[in-house]
Structure formats: C-alpha cells, structure tokens
Design a protein around this ligand. Structure first.
Ligand code: BES
Ligand code: MN
Length: 446
C-alpha cells in the first residue's frame, strides 16, 4: 500500500494555506512538486505565476479525433485553526483506522492526487492516455480563485475541453458512487455598525444612545422569517423551482435521513425552510448564514461597556438562476432599510460565485454514471451540492464545457475543520474511478 500513498503523503506535508501570505513559499513548493511530478510521468507541464499563487497546467500529446478532457483540482488548503483541536499535527499526515488525517486530505489533495495516480498508472500500463488530457491545478480555490478567470480568458485556446472532470465534492455515504450535477453559488458580505466615537460607560451613557451590539443582533434577526425563509425582498425572484424528478430521486438517497443528519452534525434538531426535506434545503434552496458576529467585551467576567462598534459577516448560498450581483443589491437594500438610523452602517461586498447545474442524463453524464457503477458496483446516486466551487460556472462560460463532479468527500471528512481525514479506501476507489472515467471517455465517438 505504501508506494501508492507516497505521493499523497508528500503533498499533504506542504503547508499550502492560500489565504495567509505567511505561507506563500509553501504554496509555491507544492506547485513546484506537482509540476515535477507531472513532468516526471511524461506530461508536458508548465507553471504559471499569477498575481498570487501559481497555476500548474499539464498536457499529454493531443491527437485528432479524441475527446478533449480537462481535469481540475486545487492544491491550496484552508487554515488549520483552532490548532489545539487537532489530535495529530495537520501537516504531518497520520494514518489511523485506515484513514489519512491531515489538512487537505479530502479537500482537495486526496481527491486530485487519486486522479494523478490513475493517470500515472494508465501511462505506465498502456504507454499513453485514451483522451486528450489537460490537467489544471490551482492554488487559490479557497480564496475564491481570483486569478483563474483571467488566466482562462488568456489561455482558453490552449485548454480544449469537451468535458471537465472534478473530484472536489461530496460522496453521500461510504462506497456510494455519487455524481454531483449542481452546486450552490455564493455571495459574501461584511456589515459594520458604528455608534459612538469610542467605547462608553454602559451606565453613564447607556440608555441615551443606540448600542451597536444590540443593533447588529436586530439586523441579523431581520434576515429570516419565522418559517425559515429568507426575509429579504426579491431574494427568491429568480429561484428555479425544484423539479419533480429531483424531489422523487432524492427521497431514496442513503444517509440523508433525520437520524443520520443529527448524528453527523451533533445538532439537537433539524432546522430550515418549511416545506422542504434536508436534501432539498441543502441542494436546491438558497440560504442566509451568519458566519461571524462580534462587538463589545469578549473576556472573562463582566465589563459594563457600551461598545463603539459591532459587526457581522454574512454569506448567502444561491441556486439557479440567482445572480450574485443582483442578490447582493437586494441584501444591501434590506440591511440599509432595517438598520437603526441611530448607528452608521457600512456594507462591504465580499467574494461571490454563480450557482451551477448540468444534465446528469446527457451523454457525458451517462459516461460518469457508468464509470461510477463500474467502480462501486451499484447504481450511483445523483445529487446537487450545498457547497460552492465558483470556478465551475466560469468553466462553462469561458471554456464552454460542463463538469462531471465525481465526489469522494464523505460527510464526516471534517473539511475546513480540525482532524480533516480521507479514508485510504476512497483514495483507492478514486484511482480506479480516475482510470474508468478516462477509459470510458476515450471510447466515445467524436
Ligand atoms: N471542495 C469545497 C466545496 C465542496 C465541499 C462542495 C464538499 C461540495 C461538497 C471547496 O473547496 C470549498 O470549500 N468551497 C468554498 C467556496 C468559497 C471559498 C468561495 C465553499 O463552498 O465555501
Ligand atoms: Mn474547501
């Protein structure tokens, strides 16, 4: 087993945290390693510097008459904090109970390295690949891929794609082949409320001016109706209703039941928009979430202060056909309308991305289903995703191709959290799947 995992264990030791400039060299080391690896297995690989983190682009020899396939992955990872909650160091990959524990184990190093291993094995066994392949590995996915769109615009002529393969999404349950055919979009923003010019005594002054912490709480609670719907005017205007075939299909998906979901999350109860099941709420309905809220004294004991400022960080998950920019204007209007006139409000727009949906039953979707069935030996489940990979919508716009999302991330993989892990079994199946999909795409007629 060990040689199969060597490359993955190596890349998991790079501290490729894209958001924190202190790790810039580590991100670069990871990119260099991938570039050497891809060159080493006989591909024509190049590293492109961007304004921030490098992009690695590698190709085999492209021949007339074969399907053009693009494989995408990201080698950057999320920060590791809170570090004290990790049982083993995040950048010293550790195997326990047949799982690899490390930051990036599932999101996304384990998943793209399985495909690279598949490609290496195909080249070793058959001398060449069955398709015209372009591999694109970026180092900025976790910060919203700011440099990838301009890169694609500039290089689209040299990135031929009839179809795109990505393993960076969920597998609903162990050993259950999962084809993702949709993603939610996202729009993020920060809201700052300014009250008095400095912190005030909550007795001497309190009661005579507005408290920004109280007002941020009021603002946050204005975001939802009692029934869980988002209360922003116009928010649902462009939401495409859930199709009957999807509702029916999602009813039977394993491990999406109440009991499993409560166990997975540790929450005391389920909660969401009335009238929808958990899968429907996650995959086909938009949301408003508070990612952070603060202001005032956070230390031990009490402090009688009326804080000068308070803030919240919000993100909204979007579904087809919501437009992030348009939704943001509705959000801004809502926040400005509901904020107390007795504080000053600033709304700052953060990063965003379009929702995405493709047809899981078109000719490429069928090939994906067949490949999943070959590897997992049962009919795959077809899902949309609650998470976002904004670049996938841009691929469609710029390269004109749909993406097959062959998810290998289990619900308990702890991505973005302490003790992120990836079962060795998923890596092994990922290698098989990587070979199956390329072979099956290779046998398609052009
Ligand atoms: N791989 C995830 C997205 C994901 C995970 C989709 C599991 C489906 C199932 C990706 O790396 C990610 O974390 N995306 C961010 C995007 C954001 C930074 C723009 C997200 O969804 O929050
Ligand atoms: Mn991620």
């Amino acid at each position: 087993m060990a040689p199969l995992l060597d490359d993955l264990l190596k890349v998991l030791s790079f501290q490729s945290i894209s958001t924190d400039s202190a790790y810039e060299k580590e991100v670069k080391k990871n990119a260099e390693w991938l570039h050497q690896k891809l060159s080493g297995i006989g591909l024509n690989s190049e590293i492109y510097q961007t304004a921030r983190h490098p992009i690695v682009l590698a190709k085999n020899e492209h021949l007339e008459g074969r399907v053009n396939v693009m494989l995408y992955g990201h080698y950057d990872v999320q920060p590791v904090d809170p570090l004290e909650l990790w049982d083993t160091p995040p950048f010293e990959p550790t195997i326990k109970n047949d799982k690899i524990y490390a930051r990036g184990a599932t999101d996304n190093k384990g998943q793209h390295m399985a495909h690279l291993k598949a490609i290496e094995q195909l080249i070793t066994e058959d001398g060449e690949l069955p398709v015209n392949l372009t591999i694109l590995l970026e180092g900025e996915e976790e910060i919203g891929s700011p440099n990838l769109v301009p890169f694609l615009e500039e290089h689209k002529e040299s990135i031929p794609a009839d179809v795109i393969i990505v393993s960076d999404t969920g597998m609903v349950a162990p050993q259950t082949g999962t084809l993702g055919y949709g993603l939610r979009g996202i729009i993020c923003c920060e809201v700052l409320l300014d009250g008095p010019s400095g912190d005030q005594h909550s007795g001497v002054i309190g009661g005579s001016i507005a408290n920004p912490a109280t007002e941020i709480a009021r603002l946050v609670s204005s975001l939802h109706e009692e029934d869980g719907r988002v209360a922003i005017e116009g928010f649902y205007d462009d939401v495409e209703p859930l199709a009957e075939w999807e509702r029916k299909m999602w009813k039977d998906i394993p491990d999406m039941d109440e009991k499993t979901w409560l166990k997975l999350t540790g929450a005391p109860n389920l909660h969401g928009e009335t009238g929808y099941t958990t899968s429907e709420r996650l995959w086909a309905r938009p949301t408003a979430e508070v990612n952070g809220i603060g202001g005032g004294y956070q230390g031990e004991g009490s402090k009688t202060v009326l804080p000068a400022k308070a803030f919240c960080k919000l993100s909204f998950r979007l579904v087809p056909n919501q437009e992030p920019d348009k939704v943001f204007e509705n959000i801004r209007a809502h926040l400005e309308k509901y904020a107390s006139p007795n504080v000053k409000i600033t709304v700052q727009k953060g990063h965003g991305g379009h929702p995405y949906r493709s047809d899981p039953h078109d000719s490429f979707g069928k090939i994906a289903q067949k490949s999943l069935e070959e590897v997992f030996r049962k009919e795959p489940v077809l899902i949309r995703e609650g998470g976002s990979i904004p670049i996938i919508g841009d691929f469609k716009k710029i390269l004109g191709a749909d993406t097959l999302m062959l998810g290998l991330a289990l619900p308990d993989a702890q991505i973005h959290a302490p003790n992120e892990n990836f079962p060795i079994e998923n890596f092994v199946k990922g290698v098989e799947l990587g070979k199956a999909i390329l072979n099956n795409l290779g046998s398609m007629k052009k």
